[in-house]
Ligand binder design. Sequence first.
Ligand code: ATP
Length: 617
Amino acid sequence: MPPPGGRNGYLTEEEKKNKPKVTKELLLRIFSYLKPYRKQFLLVLTAILCSAVMSLMPSVLTGKIIDEGLIKQDLHKLILFILLSFGVTLAANLIGILESYLNTWIAQHITFDMRNAMYKHLQTMSQRFFTTNNQGDIITRMTSDISGVQQIITNTLTSILSNAITLIAALVLMFRENWILALIGALIVPLFTIPTRRAGKNRWEITRESQACSDEINGILNETLSVSGQLLVKLFGMEQHEYQRYETVNRRMIHLNIRESMAGRWFRMVLTTFTSIGPMLIYLVGGIIMMHYDPTLTVGQITVLVALLGRMYMPVNQLLNIQVDWIRSMAMFTRIFEYYDMPAEITDDPDAVTPEDVRGEVEFRHVQFRYNPEREILKDINFTLEKGKCVAIVGPSGSGKSTLVNLIPRLYDVTGGAVLFDGTDVRKLPLEFLREHIGIVSQETYLFNGTIRENLLYAKPDATEAELIEACKCANIYEFVEKQEEGLDTVVGNRGLKLSGGEKQRISIARILLKDPALMIFDEATSALDSISEQMIQDAIEPLIASRTSILIAHRLSTILAADEILVIKDGEIAERGTHSELVGSGGVYTQLYETQFRRADSEAAQPDLSYTEGEA
Ligand code: ATP
């Protein structure tokens, strides 16, 4: 069904500019969600039709009660019509219950489908999507926007149908009773369009503003009530500032809510006033016709017309109000579809073939990369990593080291050149295969809020107890686990924050050990750990590196020394390459890094560093 607002042109120019474009494609797309439930929907339609028509019957029967029962003083007919009227009302209400149930059922199932599809789609979105889009906005679309869709199905859609049917049926019945009076009743209806135009004027603007405001509130809450966010707020003493920021948006929100609700209230007041004019006019004209022109017109007939007119106002009123709900729902659908239509940037090549032999070898061939067109992050990177070898990547902060390794599991795709895994361009390999054979221990260790066991099983859901223990032992974390009362079932806290940085790192190493990838990438944390933690991590990764193909983003000399080749990245380019002894005396970037960073990091590690660092937090 086309939107009543759009079709009847109730919207002002300003609204037309801002309202979502309701196209045939959009409507077809919305209705495509109804398709799987068309049988149930047909049943709802029948129920709506029956209950709408039946609910009008008592009004018609009132005429019979007056003319044939009361005026003719026929008790038998009086009782018959009263019982009939009661029976029809009861039946209409019972059908109404069935209709509500089916309606809710359909709406819930459609939202279920939409939520699942959206979640699935979001899972395929690239890293770029999540780094670019506001988290609050993503969550709003997943939650309140999709709930809004449920609203449109349960309320708006059925409301349009049942009101339209009631309206048409009432009009037909009125014209059957008396066409002159029916015409008067029908002529009053257009008067409703006047207040609608006024009321609709600002509503869309307010709705849009309050949606943006709600996104902003979600954003603030997400940022400042997260563990790391709170820590930052506390350490910088920004509680008052954040409170004020929140209060300002919150205040704006209540103003918008009040304005939005008052726009509707004012609208209803005008409509109610108009509602009282109609019956009076029919009594007046009906009385004049009966007294002077047509004595066959009965009191019962006039009463039926007034009753039917009364039944018409509500549907008209609701249909006109729906315009606003409709626009809001369309805006929600548009927002949801906007996400659906964002292409998953990184997808499987249809011709991708799964190789049989996995060695974990990597080759970068003239690799170029930019996050956005303005700035080149990696420029012509070339290197080869053979099976069982280890490459260390070093370089100043921001030189592009993490970016470089993120290209291997295709978190991003190269913008020039190619990354090869076992001799095949990574874009020609199935994503699942590629990621299955690459393990990354990233700088920022992420653990889900659950137990140590659950976090470990994330890498290998069917791992046995013995395998879990073995992995923990190899990662030097078993001693810690054993000391915990709950052992492997110790809860790690929100994002693993109940654990120290070193413990988290070692758990993530155990997790990678369980995954047992062909290629290991270790992004060493820049933050300082005390020498004991440092040594424990070192002891855990050294055997790992020795036994498999690996890439290390290194910040410490001890890690670098374990590598077969060192690549020094500066400004997105390989500035130098070689072994430690070849590079250290060259007087270039590596020498500088060695003097300023590695040597210091290692001497610090030699003495426990207990100072607090932000990165560690
Ligand atoms: P560090 O040693 O400090 O971790 P790095 O060498 O690993 O630094 P990268 O994280 O690869 O550096 O970042 C390289 C450059 O790319 C930086 O200038 C950074 O600002 C930019 N950058 C990183 N991630 C993004 C992103 N998602 N979108 C846009 N630019 C980014």
